[in-house]
Ligand binder design. Sequence first.
Ligand SMILES: [Zn+2]
Length: 149
Amino acid sequence: MRKKLKDLETSSTSGTQQKPERLYNCGEWTPSRFRSFVTSALRTATRRWPPKFKVLKEANVGRKLNKATNKQALHYQCAHCKKHFIAKDIQVDHIFPVVSPTDGFISWDVYIDRMFCEKNNLQVLCKTCHSVKTSLEKEERKHGKAKKR
Ligand SMILES: [Zn+2]
């Protein structure tokens, strides 16, 4: 229940279902292609989001031998399994996901607000722990949709 009752009664045009149709790229793009275009542009911008670097800095455990290359490399601690990994094997994860598994996509405002969150909602995970978390969220999302909130 995200919508206020008053809004439902007084407005017939501001609801998410009645949103006026608009074209994306002269109609050559579907709304979902447009959405993934914007999503990927926003994701690119997170590479320059300072809280992300703060979280990486905190997870940094210094230089250690990278067994694969036999060279010294910076390592980071996974917040979940606590093991140490080189930069390419870690990811910065949103502890509370950008798109809530139960509520789904709400609006770009909410999406942007959650994507560019403060560092207390960010953690460094190794690729394995991150994929486990992601697939759990995907499961939850499926169930959430089935219930139709
Ligand atoms: Zn891990």
